[in-house]
Ligand binder design. Structure first.
Ligand code: ARG
Length: 479
């Protein structure tokens, strides 16, 4: 079933609606057929068909429970379950014939069940409503999708650690305001992204847990006079039962949780993508993507574009929009099912469909990219070392503000002389501040600058080595 959340409904276009022989679930009360225009607006089948495997699994659990509780005769329950398994096989084989005449996935499955097992199919809906049924389907989808997105994040984290491990000694310019600030180890920078993804992992795990509640047995909103056993259906599906039937059919927090987790993850991937777009530009020239992960231009032969990273930035807009769409849909709804809730599905599918391909492409892109070590090292030095001088003075008892002013003057002087800080003549150092006479020149190198850091979690080689160890242990403990 793992393949399913990635798939769009197994048809591109639905045939037009025709006869009055519709499989409507609610025809009894109505004297005439609905207008086609209304039916098209009302139908969710074009997008909820992908819930079919979850819908059928839920129905199998429900029918089994009905048999166990004596609400259906044992042979009726068996017959229905056998039929549902046949429908599931058709869906998975891509042989199920979808039609717009089925209002939604629930109607479609029941219609096919009836074609296969006859009138007994009509007993399946005992003690159940589409309200608890659709909520269950979406819980099952969200639970599986959250698990798969989580696995994708874990793989990206593995790639980050591998690249960090194989570039442990590379000193890189760290930026603030996108201006060179202080040297960092590249591995420190990559591990910063690792930390962000680690928090994403937790959010996805929480979203998966929130989706692990079965609403089945809540019926339309207030429960049912049939002696159903929600704990038993929940257990069959590996879920927890709901506590309050009205809440069970009304809440979509689990959708919000997953959408939020995807949106924040998207923001992280977008920031990482933005960096790679910069790093791979001629202006930075820090890294080159493997040809397998770049595209060219139809007009400019020299171009090699970082499209995948741009799309991580680009698609994140819709992830944020998807979360927003469901939040706005929910905010005005009184408790109990309203048809507005049908609008919960497309944003969720869209978010999962947007985020998964990003995660699929990222590990390979990270692993195959090449760094221009010399260019990076050159960019890591220069005035990015100025803070080291100020900190050196402060460590020798010079008040930091005074040290800052002295080094600022030295930077200005270097600019006037046209020399990089690493090569500043000794007399200029002393002129800036007499205590700089004691400066070990090693400190005025990118490597010296990272090596002198002492604070925990810093960019010093020892600290980064410890961070790598923790990251490795985390990955080994996560599967
Ligand atoms: N297609 C509907 C949805 O997606 C199924 C639930 C319909 N329930 C109802 N009371 N009309 O929400």
């Amino acid at each position: 079933m793992a393949y399913y959340p990635l798939k769009r409904p197994p048809y591109a276009r639905l045939p037009p609606m025709s006869s009055d022989e519709r499989n409507r679930l609610w025809g009894g009360r109505f004297g005439s057929s609905p207008a086609e225009a209304f039916e098209r607006l009302n139908a969710s089948i074009p997008f909820d068909a992908r819930l079919a495997p979850y819908d059928i699994r839920g129905s199998i659990a429900h029918a089994t429970m009905l048999g166990e509780r004596g609400i259906l005769a044992p042979e009726e329950s068996r017959e229905i379950v056998r039929g549902l398994e046949a429908v599931l096989a058709e869906v998975e084989a891509g042989e199920f014939s979808w039609t717009l005449e089925d209002e939604d996935v629930h109607t479609a499955v029941e219609r096919r069940l009836k074609e296969l097992v006859g009138e007994v199919a009509l007993r399946l809906h005992t003690g159940r409503s589409r309200n608890d049924q659709v909520a269950l389907d979406l819980h099952l989808f969200a639970r599986e999708a959250a698990g798969e997105v989580r696995d994708g994040v874990l793989e990206a984290m593995r790639a980050l650690v591998e690249v960090a491990e194989s570039n442990r000694d590379l000193v890189f310019p760290g930026y603030t305001h996108l201006q060179r600030a202080q040297p960092l180890l590249l591995s420190h920078h990559l591990l910063a992204h690792f930390e962000a993804l680690k928090r994403d992992l937790r959010r996805l795990e929480a979203a998966r847990e929130a989706a692990g509640v079965s609403p089945l047995g809540a019926a339309a909103l207030g429960g049912t006079p049939h002696s159903v056993d929600p704990s038993s259906t929940a257990e069959k599906l590996g879920m927890q039962p709901f506590s309050n039937s009205l809440d069970a059919v009304s809440e979509r927090d689990f959708v919000l949780d997953l959408l939020y987790a995807c949106a924040v993850l998207g923001v992280h991937l977008s920031r990482l993508g933005e960096e790679w777009v910069l790093w791979t530009s001629s202006e930075f020239g820090f890294a080159t993507l493997d040809d397998a992960y770049s595209s060219g231009s139809s007009i400019m032969p020299q171009k090699k574009n970082p499209d995948a990273y741009e799309l991580m930035r680009g698609k994140t807009g819709r992830l944020i929009g998807d979360l927003n769409a469901v939040l706005v849909t929910l905010k005005g709804l009184s408790l109990g099912y309203s048809k507005d809730l049908q609008e919960d599905k497309e944003p969720l599918f869209d978010a999962v469909d947007a985020v998964r391909p990003m995660l699929t492409v990222l590990p390979g892109m990270l692993r195959t990219a090449r760094f221009d070590r010399e260019r990076i090292l050159r960019a890591a030095g220069g005035f990015a070392l100025a803070t080291e001088l100020a900190d050196f003075l402060a460590a020798r008892g010079v008040p930091f503000r005074e040290a800052h002013r002295a080094v600022g003057g030295l930077v200005r002087r270097c600019e006037e002389l046209g020399v990089p800080l690493e090569e500043v003549p000794g007399e200029q150092l002393v002129a800036a501040h007499p205590v700089l006479a004691e400066l070990p020149r090693e400190l005025l190198t990118p490597r010296g600058s990272v090596a002198i850091k002492k604070s925990p979690g810093s960019t010093s080689p020892q600290s980064v080595e410890a961070q790598l160890g923790t990251a490795r242990r985390f990955l080994n403990a996560s599967s």
